[in-house]
Design a protein around this ligand. Structure first.
Ligand SMILES: Cc1cc2nc3c(=O)[nH]c(=O)nc-3n(C[C@H](O)[C@H](O)[C@H](O)COP(=O)(O)OP(=O)(O)OC[C@H]3O[C@@H](n4cnc5c(N)ncnc54)[C@H](O)[C@@H]3O)c2cc1C
Length: 448
Protein backbone atom coordinates (compact mmCIF):
# COMPACT_ATOMS: atom_id res chain seq x y z
CA UNK A 1 0.00 0.00 0.00
CA UNK A 2 1.47 3.39 -1.00
CA UNK A 3 1.06 6.18 1.54
CA UNK A 4 2.10 9.77 0.85
CA UNK A 5 2.65 11.96 3.89
CA UNK A 6 2.62 15.71 3.35
CA UNK A 7 4.70 17.36 6.08
CA UNK A 8 7.56 15.79 8.00
CA UNK A 9 7.31 17.49 11.36
CA UNK A 10 7.19 15.23 14.41
CA UNK A 11 3.69 14.12 13.32
CA UNK A 12 4.51 13.16 9.75
CA UNK A 13 7.82 11.51 10.64
CA UNK A 14 6.38 9.43 13.47
CA UNK A 15 3.43 8.47 11.29
CA UNK A 16 5.85 7.15 8.65
CA UNK A 17 7.76 5.30 11.35
CA UNK A 18 4.64 3.60 12.75
CA UNK A 19 3.43 2.69 9.25
CA UNK A 20 6.85 1.21 8.47
CA UNK A 21 6.37 -1.17 11.39
CA UNK A 22 3.31 -2.67 9.69
CA UNK A 23 5.50 -4.60 7.26
CA UNK A 24 7.03 -4.48 3.77
CA UNK A 25 3.65 -4.03 2.05
CA UNK A 26 3.38 -0.59 3.61
CA UNK A 27 5.35 1.90 1.53
CA UNK A 28 5.28 5.37 3.16
CA UNK A 29 6.93 8.47 1.69
CA UNK A 30 7.23 11.77 3.56
CA UNK A 31 7.37 15.02 1.57
CA UNK A 32 8.95 18.00 3.33
CA UNK A 33 11.57 20.57 2.28
CA UNK A 34 12.57 21.10 5.94
CA UNK A 35 11.72 18.01 8.00
CA UNK A 36 11.40 18.40 11.77
CA UNK A 37 9.41 21.64 11.65
CA UNK A 38 10.49 23.79 14.60
CA UNK A 39 12.22 20.87 16.37
CA UNK A 40 16.00 20.88 16.13
CA UNK A 41 19.14 21.11 18.27
CA UNK A 42 22.29 23.17 17.76
CA UNK A 43 25.52 23.07 19.78
CA UNK A 44 27.26 26.40 20.36
CA UNK A 45 30.26 26.93 22.65
CA UNK A 46 29.54 23.68 24.48
CA UNK A 47 25.86 24.61 25.06
CA UNK A 48 23.01 22.40 23.82
CA UNK A 49 20.36 24.73 22.39
CA UNK A 50 16.97 24.09 20.84
CA UNK A 51 15.64 25.81 17.73
CA UNK A 52 12.05 25.34 18.97
CA UNK A 53 10.64 23.03 21.67
CA UNK A 54 12.97 22.18 24.53
CA UNK A 55 10.85 19.62 26.41
CA UNK A 56 7.42 18.10 26.82
CA UNK A 57 5.05 17.34 29.66
CA UNK A 58 5.93 14.06 31.39
CA UNK A 59 2.26 13.41 32.14
CA UNK A 60 1.62 12.71 28.44
CA UNK A 61 3.34 9.37 27.67
CA UNK A 62 3.29 9.08 23.87
CA UNK A 63 6.56 10.85 22.98
CA UNK A 64 8.45 8.94 25.63
CA UNK A 65 7.03 5.61 24.37
CA UNK A 66 8.32 6.44 20.90
CA UNK A 67 11.70 7.54 22.21
CA UNK A 68 12.18 4.27 24.11
CA UNK A 69 11.10 2.30 21.06
CA UNK A 70 13.72 4.10 18.99
CA UNK A 71 16.40 3.03 21.48
CA UNK A 72 16.90 6.53 22.89
CA UNK A 73 15.64 5.71 26.40
CA UNK A 74 19.07 6.28 27.98
CA UNK A 75 19.08 9.82 26.60
CA UNK A 76 15.84 10.75 28.42
CA UNK A 77 16.21 13.31 31.15
CA UNK A 78 14.02 15.38 33.44
CA UNK A 79 14.05 19.02 34.35
CA UNK A 80 16.07 19.88 37.43
CA UNK A 81 13.00 20.05 39.70
CA UNK A 82 15.01 20.67 42.87
CA UNK A 83 15.40 24.19 41.46
CA UNK A 84 11.86 24.39 40.05
CA UNK A 85 10.61 27.88 40.56
CA UNK A 86 9.23 30.38 38.09
CA UNK A 87 9.16 34.11 38.44
CA UNK A 88 6.40 36.33 37.06
CA UNK A 89 7.21 39.92 36.28
CA UNK A 90 4.84 42.34 37.99
CA UNK A 91 5.47 46.08 38.24
CA UNK A 92 9.05 45.44 37.13
CA UNK A 93 9.76 42.93 39.96
CA UNK A 94 10.27 39.18 39.78
CA UNK A 95 7.56 37.56 41.97
CA UNK A 96 7.50 33.81 42.57
CA UNK A 97 4.70 31.76 41.06
CA UNK A 98 3.21 30.02 44.13
CA UNK A 99 4.21 26.41 44.62
CA UNK A 100 1.52 23.75 44.05
CA UNK A 101 -0.26 25.39 41.12
CA UNK A 102 -1.69 22.98 38.57
CA UNK A 103 -1.76 25.36 35.63
CA UNK A 104 -4.21 27.96 36.99
CA UNK A 105 -5.50 25.88 39.92
CA UNK A 106 -4.04 26.35 43.41
CA UNK A 107 -3.58 23.06 45.31
CA UNK A 108 -1.57 24.35 48.28
CA UNK A 109 -2.98 26.96 50.63
CA UNK A 110 0.11 28.41 52.31
CA UNK A 111 2.12 29.34 49.18
CA UNK A 112 -0.94 31.13 47.76
CA UNK A 113 -1.56 32.97 51.04
CA UNK A 114 2.07 34.08 51.19
CA UNK A 115 2.29 34.99 47.49
CA UNK A 116 2.87 38.62 46.54
CA UNK A 117 1.59 37.89 43.05
CA UNK A 118 -2.09 38.23 44.04
CA UNK A 119 -4.03 40.59 46.25
CA UNK A 120 -6.28 39.42 49.13
CA UNK A 121 -9.38 39.62 46.92
CA UNK A 122 -7.97 36.95 44.59
CA UNK A 123 -6.77 34.80 47.49
CA UNK A 124 -10.26 34.90 49.00
CA UNK A 125 -11.84 33.97 45.65
CA UNK A 126 -9.43 31.04 45.34
CA UNK A 127 -10.57 29.81 48.77
CA UNK A 128 -14.30 30.30 48.12
CA UNK A 129 -14.11 28.61 44.71
CA UNK A 130 -14.58 25.21 46.40
CA UNK A 131 -18.22 26.08 47.17
CA UNK A 132 -19.39 26.35 43.55
CA UNK A 133 -22.21 24.19 42.16
CA UNK A 134 -21.83 22.02 39.05
CA UNK A 135 -22.69 23.86 35.84
CA UNK A 136 -22.32 23.25 32.10
CA UNK A 137 -21.49 26.33 30.02
CA UNK A 138 -21.30 26.50 26.25
CA UNK A 139 -17.66 26.79 25.16
CA UNK A 140 -16.21 30.09 26.38
CA UNK A 141 -12.84 31.79 26.41
CA UNK A 142 -10.08 30.84 28.83
CA UNK A 143 -10.27 34.40 30.20
CA UNK A 144 -13.99 34.07 30.93
CA UNK A 145 -13.48 30.66 32.52
CA UNK A 146 -10.58 31.67 34.77
CA UNK A 147 -12.14 35.02 35.61
CA UNK A 148 -15.36 33.27 36.63
CA UNK A 149 -13.50 30.87 38.95
CA UNK A 150 -10.65 32.97 40.34
CA UNK A 151 -11.03 36.58 39.19
CA UNK A 152 -9.18 38.92 36.83
CA UNK A 153 -5.77 38.78 38.54
CA UNK A 154 -5.64 35.03 37.91
CA UNK A 155 -6.28 35.72 34.21
CA UNK A 156 -3.57 38.36 33.91
CA UNK A 157 -0.86 36.81 36.08
CA UNK A 158 -1.51 33.07 35.65
CA UNK A 159 -3.58 32.07 32.63
CA UNK A 160 -2.24 34.66 30.21
CA UNK A 161 1.51 34.17 30.73
CA UNK A 162 1.29 30.39 31.22
CA UNK A 163 -0.82 29.74 28.14
CA UNK A 164 0.76 32.35 25.89
CA UNK A 165 4.00 30.39 26.11
CA UNK A 166 2.26 27.20 24.94
CA UNK A 167 -0.31 28.46 22.43
CA UNK A 168 1.16 31.81 21.51
CA UNK A 169 -2.32 33.30 21.75
CA UNK A 170 -4.57 35.43 23.90
CA UNK A 171 -6.71 33.81 26.64
CA UNK A 172 -9.51 36.12 25.49
CA UNK A 173 -9.75 34.06 22.31
CA UNK A 174 -8.56 30.58 23.32
CA UNK A 175 -11.27 27.98 23.98
CA UNK A 176 -11.57 26.77 27.58
CA UNK A 177 -12.95 23.41 26.38
CA UNK A 178 -9.95 22.76 24.12
CA UNK A 179 -7.17 24.30 26.19
CA UNK A 180 -8.34 23.41 29.71
CA UNK A 181 -10.53 20.33 29.05
CA UNK A 182 -9.95 18.72 32.44
CA UNK A 183 -10.94 21.86 34.31
CA UNK A 184 -14.08 22.28 32.21
CA UNK A 185 -14.97 18.68 33.07
CA UNK A 186 -14.44 19.42 36.79
CA UNK A 187 -16.67 22.47 36.49
CA UNK A 188 -19.41 20.27 35.08
CA UNK A 189 -18.94 17.46 37.64
CA UNK A 190 -18.11 19.34 40.82
CA UNK A 191 -18.62 23.04 40.15
CA UNK A 192 -15.19 23.72 41.59
CA UNK A 193 -11.99 23.05 39.66
CA UNK A 194 -10.05 23.05 42.95
CA UNK A 195 -12.26 20.22 44.27
CA UNK A 196 -11.93 18.33 40.96
CA UNK A 197 -8.14 18.67 40.99
CA UNK A 198 -8.00 17.34 44.58
CA UNK A 199 -10.31 14.40 43.84
CA UNK A 200 -8.25 13.40 40.78
CA UNK A 201 -4.93 13.91 42.52
CA UNK A 202 -2.45 11.10 41.99
CA UNK A 203 0.34 10.23 44.41
CA UNK A 204 3.27 12.57 43.78
CA UNK A 205 5.51 11.19 41.04
CA UNK A 206 9.26 10.90 41.49
CA UNK A 207 9.68 11.98 37.87
CA UNK A 208 10.10 15.58 36.87
CA UNK A 209 7.27 17.54 35.28
CA UNK A 210 9.15 18.24 32.05
CA UNK A 211 11.03 15.64 30.05
CA UNK A 212 13.57 16.03 27.30
CA UNK A 213 16.62 14.39 25.73
CA UNK A 214 20.08 15.12 27.16
CA UNK A 215 21.45 15.58 23.66
CA UNK A 216 18.49 17.78 22.65
CA UNK A 217 15.02 17.16 21.23
CA UNK A 218 16.52 17.29 17.72
CA UNK A 219 17.92 13.79 18.38
CA UNK A 220 14.38 12.42 18.15
CA UNK A 221 13.94 13.98 14.71
CA UNK A 222 17.31 12.66 13.50
CA UNK A 223 16.42 9.14 14.72
CA UNK A 224 13.11 9.24 12.86
CA UNK A 225 14.65 10.71 9.71
CA UNK A 226 17.14 7.85 9.54
CA UNK A 227 14.30 5.30 9.60
CA UNK A 228 11.81 6.69 7.07
CA UNK A 229 11.76 7.57 3.38
CA UNK A 230 11.82 11.34 2.87
CA UNK A 231 11.56 13.41 -0.31
CA UNK A 232 12.94 16.88 0.48
CA UNK A 233 10.36 18.74 -1.60
CA UNK A 234 7.38 20.96 -0.93
CA UNK A 235 4.08 19.55 -2.18
CA UNK A 236 2.61 21.97 -4.71
CA UNK A 237 -0.67 20.21 -5.43
CA UNK A 238 -2.84 17.28 -4.60
CA UNK A 239 -5.38 15.54 -6.83
CA UNK A 240 -7.87 12.74 -6.32
CA UNK A 241 -9.30 10.58 -9.07
CA UNK A 242 -11.50 7.48 -8.89
CA UNK A 243 -9.24 5.32 -11.01
CA UNK A 244 -5.72 6.12 -9.82
CA UNK A 245 -6.25 7.46 -6.29
CA UNK A 246 -4.17 10.36 -4.97
CA UNK A 247 -1.55 12.24 -6.99
CA UNK A 248 0.99 14.38 -5.17
CA UNK A 249 2.97 16.88 -7.23
CA UNK A 250 6.18 18.07 -5.64
CA UNK A 251 8.93 19.96 -7.48
CA UNK A 252 7.11 19.21 -10.75
CA UNK A 253 7.25 15.45 -10.17
CA UNK A 254 4.07 13.43 -9.78
CA UNK A 255 3.72 10.43 -7.46
CA UNK A 256 0.66 8.24 -6.96
CA UNK A 257 -0.63 6.96 -3.62
CA UNK A 258 -3.52 4.90 -2.25
CA UNK A 259 -3.59 6.97 0.94
CA UNK A 260 -2.55 10.53 1.76
CA UNK A 261 -1.84 11.85 5.25
CA UNK A 262 -1.88 15.63 5.42
CA UNK A 263 0.38 16.55 8.35
CA UNK A 264 1.58 19.98 7.27
CA UNK A 265 -0.69 22.11 9.48
CA UNK A 266 -4.26 23.22 8.74
CA UNK A 267 -3.04 26.49 7.22
CA UNK A 268 -0.82 24.73 4.66
CA UNK A 269 -3.42 22.01 4.07
CA UNK A 270 -6.06 24.58 3.16
CA UNK A 271 -4.79 25.48 -0.35
CA UNK A 272 -3.86 21.87 -1.13
CA UNK A 273 -7.38 20.63 -0.40
CA UNK A 274 -9.23 23.58 -2.01
CA UNK A 275 -9.57 21.95 -5.48
CA UNK A 276 -10.70 18.63 -3.94
CA UNK A 277 -13.17 19.80 -1.29
CA UNK A 278 -13.65 23.59 -1.07
CA UNK A 279 -15.79 23.29 2.05
CA UNK A 280 -13.19 21.23 3.91
CA UNK A 281 -10.54 23.69 2.79
CA UNK A 282 -12.62 26.58 4.09
CA UNK A 283 -13.06 24.86 7.45
CA UNK A 284 -9.31 24.32 7.71
CA UNK A 285 -8.88 28.03 7.07
CA UNK A 286 -10.96 28.84 10.15
CA UNK A 287 -8.13 27.65 12.41
CA UNK A 288 -6.03 30.79 12.92
CA UNK A 289 -2.26 30.63 13.36
CA UNK A 290 0.21 32.72 15.29
CA UNK A 291 3.98 32.84 15.08
CA UNK A 292 6.88 33.04 17.47
CA UNK A 293 10.59 33.66 17.74
CA UNK A 294 13.21 32.17 20.03
CA UNK A 295 16.32 34.22 20.77
CA UNK A 296 19.00 32.47 22.78
CA UNK A 297 21.82 34.46 24.37
CA UNK A 298 24.94 33.02 26.00
CA UNK A 299 27.25 34.85 28.46
CA UNK A 300 30.19 34.18 30.69
CA UNK A 301 28.63 33.19 34.03
CA UNK A 302 30.75 35.88 35.69
CA UNK A 303 29.03 38.53 33.52
CA UNK A 304 25.59 37.70 34.95
CA UNK A 305 25.06 39.04 38.49
CA UNK A 306 21.76 37.20 39.13
CA UNK A 307 21.93 33.92 41.15
CA UNK A 308 19.75 32.24 38.46
CA UNK A 309 17.90 30.34 41.17
CA UNK A 310 14.82 29.48 39.08
CA UNK A 311 13.77 28.00 35.75
CA UNK A 312 13.20 31.52 34.45
CA UNK A 313 10.43 34.10 34.25
CA UNK A 314 7.17 34.95 32.51
CA UNK A 315 6.16 38.40 31.33
CA UNK A 316 2.35 38.88 31.55
CA UNK A 317 0.50 40.90 28.94
CA UNK A 318 -0.04 43.91 31.23
CA UNK A 319 3.68 44.11 31.86
CA UNK A 320 4.57 43.70 28.16
CA UNK A 321 2.18 46.47 27.22
CA UNK A 322 3.30 48.82 30.01
CA UNK A 323 6.97 48.42 29.06
CA UNK A 324 6.55 47.85 25.31
CA UNK A 325 8.26 44.46 25.60
CA UNK A 326 8.68 41.73 22.99
CA UNK A 327 9.70 38.94 25.35
CA UNK A 328 6.97 36.88 27.01
CA UNK A 329 9.06 34.19 28.65
CA UNK A 330 12.69 33.49 29.40
CA UNK A 331 14.20 30.15 30.41
CA UNK A 332 17.42 30.00 32.40
CA UNK A 333 18.72 26.96 30.62
CA UNK A 334 21.61 26.03 32.90
CA UNK A 335 19.29 25.94 35.93
CA UNK A 336 16.40 24.08 34.30
CA UNK A 337 18.52 21.37 32.64
CA UNK A 338 21.62 19.61 33.96
CA UNK A 339 24.36 19.12 31.39
CA UNK A 340 23.18 21.61 28.78
CA UNK A 341 25.23 24.62 29.79
CA UNK A 342 28.84 24.47 31.10
CA UNK A 343 29.28 25.91 34.62
CA UNK A 344 31.25 28.91 33.34
CA UNK A 345 28.35 30.07 31.12
CA UNK A 346 24.82 31.39 31.53
CA UNK A 347 22.29 30.89 28.74
CA UNK A 348 18.90 32.62 28.35
CA UNK A 349 16.25 31.33 25.97
CA UNK A 350 13.85 34.19 25.22
CA UNK A 351 10.44 33.48 23.69
CA UNK A 352 8.38 36.06 21.83
CA UNK A 353 5.06 35.70 20.02
CA UNK A 354 6.29 38.22 17.49
CA UNK A 355 8.12 36.13 14.89
CA UNK A 356 9.85 39.32 13.72
CA UNK A 357 11.06 40.30 17.21
CA UNK A 358 14.43 42.01 16.58
CA UNK A 359 17.47 40.58 18.36
CA UNK A 360 18.52 44.00 19.65
CA UNK A 361 15.14 44.66 21.30
CA UNK A 362 15.00 41.27 23.03
CA UNK A 363 18.62 41.58 24.15
CA UNK A 364 18.00 45.04 25.58
CA UNK A 365 15.01 43.73 27.58
CA UNK A 366 17.06 40.82 28.88
CA UNK A 367 19.96 43.08 29.89
CA UNK A 368 17.65 45.46 31.73
CA UNK A 369 15.84 42.74 33.66
CA UNK A 370 18.94 40.65 34.47
CA UNK A 371 21.23 43.67 35.04
CA UNK A 372 23.71 42.44 32.44
CA UNK A 373 26.10 44.97 30.96
CA UNK A 374 28.50 42.68 29.04
CA UNK A 375 27.94 41.70 25.41
CA UNK A 376 26.78 38.12 24.88
CA UNK A 377 29.34 35.51 23.81
CA UNK A 378 26.77 34.35 21.27
CA UNK A 379 23.19 34.92 20.21
CA UNK A 380 21.11 32.75 17.94
CA UNK A 381 17.60 33.35 16.65
CA UNK A 382 14.94 31.11 15.16
CA UNK A 383 11.77 32.55 13.70
CA UNK A 384 8.63 30.45 13.35
CA UNK A 385 5.93 32.46 11.55
CA UNK A 386 2.45 30.94 11.31
CA UNK A 387 3.54 27.90 13.31
CA UNK A 388 1.12 27.73 16.23
CA UNK A 389 -2.53 26.82 15.59
CA UNK A 390 -4.92 28.70 17.84
CA UNK A 391 -7.59 26.63 19.56
CA UNK A 392 -10.11 29.45 19.63
CA UNK A 393 -13.66 29.29 21.05
CA UNK A 394 -15.61 26.54 19.24
CA UNK A 395 -12.41 24.73 18.17
CA UNK A 396 -13.59 21.24 19.22
CA UNK A 397 -16.82 21.54 17.19
CA UNK A 398 -14.86 22.82 14.17
CA UNK A 399 -12.46 19.88 14.38
CA UNK A 400 -15.37 17.42 14.59
CA UNK A 401 -16.76 18.91 11.38
CA UNK A 402 -13.33 18.92 9.69
CA UNK A 403 -12.83 15.25 10.55
CA UNK A 404 -16.32 14.34 9.41
CA UNK A 405 -15.76 15.94 6.01
CA UNK A 406 -12.24 14.52 5.67
CA UNK A 407 -13.58 11.01 6.37
CA UNK A 408 -15.80 11.31 3.28
CA UNK A 409 -12.73 11.54 1.04
CA UNK A 410 -11.45 7.98 0.53
CA UNK A 411 -7.90 7.49 1.80
CA UNK A 412 -7.47 10.98 3.27
CA UNK A 413 -6.19 11.50 6.82
CA UNK A 414 -5.43 14.72 8.67
CA UNK A 415 -2.93 14.63 11.52
CA UNK A 416 -0.86 17.03 13.58
CA UNK A 417 -0.93 19.85 16.06
CA UNK A 418 -3.84 21.77 14.52
CA UNK A 419 -6.57 19.48 15.79
CA UNK A 420 -6.57 17.75 19.18
CA UNK A 421 -3.39 18.72 21.00
CA UNK A 422 -0.44 20.94 20.32
CA UNK A 423 2.44 19.47 22.36
CA UNK A 424 5.00 16.99 21.04
CA UNK A 425 3.33 14.04 22.84
CA UNK A 426 -0.06 14.99 21.36
CA UNK A 427 1.49 15.02 17.87
CA UNK A 428 2.98 11.55 18.41
CA UNK A 429 -0.41 10.36 19.66
CA UNK A 430 -2.07 11.78 16.55
CA UNK A 431 0.49 9.88 14.43
CA UNK A 432 -0.12 6.64 16.36
CA UNK A 433 -3.89 6.95 15.91
CA UNK A 434 -3.57 7.67 12.19
CA UNK A 435 -1.25 4.70 11.61
CA UNK A 436 -3.64 2.49 13.59
CA UNK A 437 -6.64 3.63 11.54
CA UNK A 438 -4.71 2.86 8.34
CA UNK A 439 -3.59 -0.55 9.64
CA UNK A 440 -7.24 -1.45 10.16
CA UNK A 441 -7.88 -0.89 6.43
CA UNK A 442 -5.23 -3.34 5.28
CA UNK A 443 -7.30 -6.56 5.26
CA UNK A 444 -10.07 -4.93 3.20
CA UNK A 445 -7.63 -3.36 0.73
CA UNK A 446 -5.65 -6.58 0.29
CA UNK A 447 -8.88 -8.43 -0.43
CA UNK A 448 -9.72 -6.05 -3.35
C1 LIG B 1 8.85 27.98 19.02
C2 LIG B 1 8.06 26.78 19.44
C3 LIG B 1 8.26 26.22 20.70
C4 LIG B 1 7.54 25.10 21.10
N1 LIG B 1 7.79 24.55 22.32
C5 LIG B 1 7.19 23.39 22.66
C6 LIG B 1 7.58 22.70 23.85
O1 LIG B 1 8.45 23.15 24.60
N2 LIG B 1 6.97 21.51 24.13
C7 LIG B 1 6.03 20.96 23.30
O2 LIG B 1 5.52 19.86 23.59
N3 LIG B 1 5.65 21.59 22.15
C8 LIG B 1 6.22 22.77 21.82
N4 LIG B 1 5.87 23.40 20.66
C9 LIG B 1 4.81 22.81 19.83
C10 LIG B 1 5.32 21.63 18.99
O3 LIG B 1 6.68 21.80 18.70
C11 LIG B 1 4.56 21.57 17.69
O4 LIG B 1 3.17 21.56 17.94
C12 LIG B 1 4.93 20.33 16.89
O5 LIG B 1 6.32 20.29 16.65
C13 LIG B 1 4.13 20.33 15.60
O6 LIG B 1 4.44 19.19 14.87
P1 LIG B 1 3.67 18.87 13.52
O7 LIG B 1 4.41 17.75 12.86
O8 LIG B 1 2.21 18.65 13.78
O9 LIG B 1 3.77 20.19 12.65
P2 LIG B 1 5.06 20.94 12.14
O10 LIG B 1 6.23 20.66 12.98
O11 LIG B 1 4.65 22.35 11.92
O12 LIG B 1 5.37 20.24 10.76
C14 LIG B 1 4.71 20.55 9.58
C15 LIG B 1 5.72 20.33 8.46
O13 LIG B 1 5.04 20.47 7.21
C16 LIG B 1 5.95 21.01 6.30
N5 LIG B 1 5.18 21.57 5.19
C17 LIG B 1 4.38 22.66 5.18
N6 LIG B 1 3.83 22.82 3.97
C18 LIG B 1 4.26 21.77 3.20
C19 LIG B 1 4.03 21.38 1.86
N7 LIG B 1 3.22 22.07 1.03
N8 LIG B 1 4.65 20.26 1.40
C20 LIG B 1 5.46 19.53 2.20
N9 LIG B 1 5.71 19.86 3.50
C21 LIG B 1 5.11 20.97 3.98
C22 LIG B 1 6.77 22.00 7.09
O14 LIG B 1 8.05 22.19 6.48
C23 LIG B 1 6.87 21.31 8.46
O15 LIG B 1 8.09 20.62 8.62
C24 LIG B 1 6.57 24.53 20.23
C25 LIG B 1 6.34 25.09 18.97
C26 LIG B 1 7.08 26.21 18.57
C27 LIG B 1 6.86 26.79 17.20
Amino acid sequence: MRVGIIGGGITGLSCAYYLGKLGPDMDATVFDPAPGGPIGTVNIEGCILETGPESWLAAKPWAEQLIRELGLGDDLTGSNDAQRRTFVLRDGRFLTLPEGLQMVVPTKVLPVLKSELFGWGTKLRMGLEVFRNPVAHPDRSVSDFVNDHFGPEAVEFLAEPLLAGVYGGSPDELSAASVLPKFVEYEQRYGSVVVGTFRDRRPPSKNSIFRSLRSGVGTLIEALKSRVHIVNSRVDSLELSDDIGWTITADGKQSIFDIVIVACGANKAQPLLAPIDPELSELLGTIPYSGSAIWTFGYRRSDVPHPLNAFGFLVPRAEREARNMKMMACTWLGTKWAGRVPDDKAVFRCFSTDPDAPRAAVQAELHRLMEITADPLFSVGHRWPESMPQYTIGHAARVDEIERRASELPGLYLAGNAYRGIGIPDCVKSAQQTAKAISELIPALLAQ
